[in-house]
Design a protein around this ligand. Structure first.
Ligand code: PHE
Length: 348
């Protein structure tokens, strides 16, 4: 075979197979063409066998020609395969009654409840201050809700007017916990200092529902016990907490108060965010809003939990989540949180 004949045959094969490939009807036909052109006995394969008889100069000219043709046919076969596969898919899709241009159905996304948002913001800040999560039961015995917290038997808080009593089979007198302070006695009974916990949760009081009261609400308890913990630590941490929650300009004040389980005790007020301290309905003209109770843990409480008050001391605080949430979110009626009106919930 001469070089010229080789070239002519190459051109013929190219023409023939390019045509056939482009008009192939299906994937089987493409495969047959691949075998016919490039298979072991294929047209191009057979043609290339002639190369070995060529003189070296002719080989240099014919070799690349043959290789280029092989590459071109391979590419043409692959292209055709892809086109046919796409066509097959389109046909399949056309058979189903499917309109891909239709807008997607909206997926109704859930969201956090404003109280959960508020609680999370508070616990996030407390955890940065080193507090770890703790929990206690809602249905509690009087021992953990009252006695161990140094609340005497005839204290008014234990009255049925304030407390829900629960009938259980238990020989202990049970109540719905009136504060998260039950977690103080529960936790210190089991764990010894140093300890620093926050205990968020639901609490229950026999109050009727109005704009500022609810029989079910939420508190977050804080408790820090170690050597030499004092009122100054409390003041520092609560100041940091309130600024973190309500902004750097937030002002707070400590007002002497009384709780059986802390001595000394203080209530913490925040300068009213609604009127910037000028006095309005919400702060009842005082310019301050009461936010939480706190104090230095009473030595009797430590003793009741088996902790030596000569060695250890601590502070505790309990704050109302609803109160703070109302401040943060500009909500002026506590009932808003429980009515589950989607027009309101969707705003947070
Ligand atoms: N338990 C108190 C209340 O519910 C708040 C409090 C907690 C006060 C811890 C002092 C220390 O009102």
């Amino acid at each position: 075979m001469t070089l010229q004949e080789f070239k002519t045959l190459c051109a013929q094969i190219e023409r023939e197979y390019t045509d056939k490939i482009s008009s192939a009807a299906d994937l089987n036909a493409v495969e047959e063409l691949r075998v016919a052109a490039l298979g072991r006995k294929g047209a191009l394969t057979e043609l290339l066998k002639n190369l070995k008889d060529f003189a070296i100069e002719d080989k240099k000219a014919a070799g690349p020609l043959g290789n280029a043709l092989k590459t071109a046919l391979t590419a043409a076969l692959e292209n055709k395969t892809r086109t046919l596969a796409a066509q097959a898919l389109n046909e399949q899709l056309n058979q189903v009654d499917l309109d891909l241009t239709l807008p997607a159905r909206p997926v109704p996304a859930g969201r956090r409840h404003p109280l959960s948002i508020a609680q999370k913001r508070m616990t996030d800040i407390l955890s940065k201050l080193g507090f770890t999560w703790a929990e206690g039961p809602w249905v509690e015995d009087e021992k953990h809700n009252f006695d161990m917290l140094n609340i005497p038997l005839h204290h008014p808080a234990r009255d049925a007017q304030d407390t829900f009593f629960v009938q259980t089979g238990s020989p202990l007198s049970m109540v719905l916990r009136t504060h998260t302070s039950n977690v103080q006695s529960r936790f210190m009974e089991k764990h010894k200092p140093p300890l620093r916990i926050m205990a968020p949760g639901r609490v229950f009081r026999n109050d009727s529902l109005d704009a500022t009261h609810s029989p079910v609400f939420h508190q977050i308890e804080g408790l820090y016990v170690d050597k030499n913990v004092n009122m100054a630590d409390l003041k520092r941490d609560l100041t940091a907490f309130m600024k973190g929650l309500l902004g750097d300009k937030t002002e707070i004040r400590f007002r002497p108060s009384f709780f059986p389980f802390t001595e000394p005790s203080a209530e913490v007020d925040v300068k009213c965010v609604f009127c910037a301290g000028k006095g309005c309905n919400i702060c009842k003209g005082t310019g301050w809003i009461e936010m939480l109770g706190s104090g230095v843990v009473h030595p009797n409480v430590l003793k009741n939990c088996g902790i030596d008050p000569e060695v250890y001391s601590g502070y505790a605080f309990g704050m109302g989540v609803e109160r703070l949430a109302m401040m943060m979110m500009n909500i002026n009626d506590i009932r808003t949180f429980y009515e589950n009106d989607l027009r309101i919930l969707n705003q947070f």
